[in-house]
Design a protein around this ligand. Structure first.
Ligand code: TRP
Length: 321
C-alpha cells in the first residue's frame, strides 16, 4: 500500500504537526511504501517572504530527517523539486468545477477571516489532488481539517477516470479520531495561523515560556480539577500511555494539584522526549550540502514515479499527439 502525506513549511514545525502527521508517517515507513513531502508550493499561497519560506522548508527537511524519516526506505522530497505536479494540476483543473472549489471549508474560512483570496488559494485543493494522484497513493493520513480536501481529490479522480479511462487510484483519507484536534497554548487547534504553537525543537527557555503560558481555568489549589476540559491535560496526554493518563486523571481529581507543577513536568517531558533527536538535527543544520543532496536524490527517485502517472494522464486527455 502507498501512504502519502505532506506538511506545509509555513512556520517551524510544532507538536500539532508532530502528533497529527510526522510521528505517524515515520511509523508508516516501516511497513508501507511511504511518500512524505514538504509542501512549499502550497505554502506560497500564504507566505510572501522568500527567506522565511527557504528557511522553514530547509528546517522542515531537517526535522523529518532528525526524527527518523529514512530517505532510503521512503520517498522523501520537497514538493517543488517534482515540478510534474504543476502540470498535472493544470490537467485536473479542467475537470474541477468551480462549485466544488467554492465549497472548500479552508478557503471559505480564510476568506471569512479577511484574507484576500488569490487564485492559488482558491486552486489549492486541485494542487493537493495532483499531489496525491501523481503517485497512485492509496492512503492519505491527515488531520480532520484536511478531510474535505481528500474527498475533493476522490471526486476529481473519479471524474477523470469516468471521462478519460482508468488512470488514477481513488485514495482514502486516514484520520485518527483520538488525535483529531491537538490544542495550542490558548486551547484552539494548534496552528501557525493562531500563533499558539509549541515548536518541537524550540530552545529550552522558549519552550518554557510557551508551556508556562498554556491557558488553564482559575480553580484554586484545593479544588478538584476537570481533566476533560483542560488543554494542559490534553497536551500532556500526548506523551503518556494509558496508565500514565489514568494516573494524571487521578491527580487532577484530587485536591492539591497546582497547574504550575504540571507545567514544569510537561516541560521536562517534552524536552526529554525529543532529546534523542537534537544532536542529529544540529549536525544536519551544520551540513546543508548533505541535506540538499539527500533531498535532490529523494526528488530524483520520486520523479520517476510521477512521470509514469503524468504520462498516462497526458495520453488520456490527448496532449500526446
Ligand atoms: N493541505 C495540507 C495541509 O495543509 C498539506 C498537503 C498538501 C497535503 N498536499 C497534500 C496533505 C497531499 C496530504 C496529501 O495540511
Amino acid at each position: 500500500m502507498r501512504v502519502l502525506s505532506g506538511i506545509q513549511p509555513s512556520g517551524a514545525l510544532h507538536l500539532g504537526n508532530y502528533f497529527a502527521m510526522m510521528k505517524r508517517m515515520i511509523e508508516f515507513q516501516k511497513n508501507h511504501e511511504l511518500f512524505c513531502f514538504i509542501v512549499n508550493y502550497h505554502a506560497l499561497t500564504t507566505v510572501k517572504d522568500a527567506d522565511y519560506l527557504r528557511k522553514n522548508t530547509f528546517e522542515a527537511c531537517i526535522d523529518f530527517l532528525a526524527l527518523g524519516i529514512d530517505p532510503e526506505k521512503s520517498y522523501f522530497y520537497v514538493q517543488s523539486d517534482v515540478p510534474e505536479v504543476t502540470e498535472l494540476t493544470w490537467i485536473l483543473s479542467n475537470i474541477t468545477e468551480m462549485g466544488l472549489l467554492k465549497r472548500a471549508h479552508s478557503y471559505k474560512d480564510k476568506v471569512s477571516k479577511g484574507i484576500e483570496a488569490n487564485h492559488g488559494l482558491f486552486a489549492y485543493p486541485v494542487l493537493m489532488a495532483a499531489d496525491i494522484l501523481l503517485y497512485g497513493a492509496n492512503l492519505v493520513p491527515v488531520g480532520r481539517d484536511q478531510k474535505q480536501h481528500v474527498e475533493m481529490t476522490r471526486d476529481i479522480a473519479i471524474k477523470f477516470n469516468h471521462n478519460f479511462g482508468e488512470v488514477f487510484i481513488v485514495p482514502e483519507a486516514d484520520i485518527q479520531d483520538d488525535l483529531a484536534t491537538i490544542p495550542g497554548i490558548d486551547g484552539q487547534k494548534m496552528s501557525k495561523s493562531y500563533d499558539n504553537t509549541i515548536e518541537i525543537f524550540a530552545p529550552k527557555n522558549v519552550l518554557k515560556k510557551k508551556i508556562m503560558s498554556i491557558v488553564t481555568d482559575a480553580k484554586s489549589i484545593d479544588e478538584p480539577k476537570d481533566p476533560k476540559i483542560c488543554n494542559l491535560f490534553a497536551l500532556y496526554s500526548l506523551f503518556l500511555d494509558q496508565a500514565g493518563k489514568q494516573e494524571l486523571t487521578e491527580r487532577y481529581l484530587t485536591p492539591g494539584l497546582r497547574y504550575g507543577d504540571i507545567k514544569k513536568e510537561l516541560l521536562e517531558t517534552i524536552w526529554n522526549y525529543f532529546e534523542p533527536y537534537r544532536e542529529k538535527r544540529n549536525n544536519l543544520l551544520h551540513d546543508p550540502d548533505l541535506v540538499h543532496d539527500i533531498m535532490l536524490e529523494g526528488a530524483r527517485k520520486t520523479r520517476l514515479v510521477a512521470k509514469g502517472y503524468l504520462e498516462k494522464a497526458r495520453e488520456a486527455v490527448g496532449l500526446n499527439y
